[in-house]
Design a protein around this ligand. Sequence first.
Ligand SMILES: O=C(O)[C@H](O)COP(=O)(O)O
Length: 229
Amino acid sequence: MQKLVLLRHGESVWNKENRFTGWTDVDLSEEGFAQAKRAGQLLKENGFTFDIGFTSVLKRAIKTMHIALDELDMLWIPVGKSWRLNERFYGALQGLNKAETIEKYGEEQVHKWRRDPLEHPPAITEEDERFPGHYLRYNDLTYRELPLTENLSETMNRALPFWHESIVPALRQNQKVIICAHGNSLRALVQYIDNLTDEEVSNLDIPTATPWVYELDDRINQIRHYYLK
Ligand SMILES: O=C(O)[C@H](O)COP(=O)(O)O
């Protein structure tokens, strides 16, 4: 049996302001920094150690990982970063206030944008400053991989290759793994690991910076999972 820890980043400035964030690279809020520290302390108190970490290319996740590892005095472990673990790309909703968007488009439409696996949020254009093609960190993406919008099923389709090609091999080598990512990229991984239906996963809300421990058997099937609190 081995343990895998999933960690959603600490509260970000835009979480606090209730804004759609997606790939916008906003920082942690003051509370987010404190949450990340507490997550690291909890892991330490419960005797966790890690051989390798994986995170996105967004600073709210990178910093949460860094702060948690610092608490564990394990900043030296290798940490792989991939855009495939990024939050889902929220298209033209990125930056908008969630409550104002509900007022404008109605609860039902906004719920669909947020949780319907096939519903695309309104797209941006390539001229938009939010287009990832303008940013150095996405230089290695192919043109087709650069999103203008992304539904949850597409988030899952781009996250899973990273799970299979990078995370599973580490687990198979019995490495102790921590993944620090985002609400929707973690939801995608959990849907796959737990074989959840779209409806089951849509009811899943992952709290910020709360270590979620998965106990896995030799075939990477989950035995049980629980939050460290
Ligand atoms: O990108 C965001 O706005 C959040 O991190 C996730 O938002 P959601 O829960 O509305 O999908």
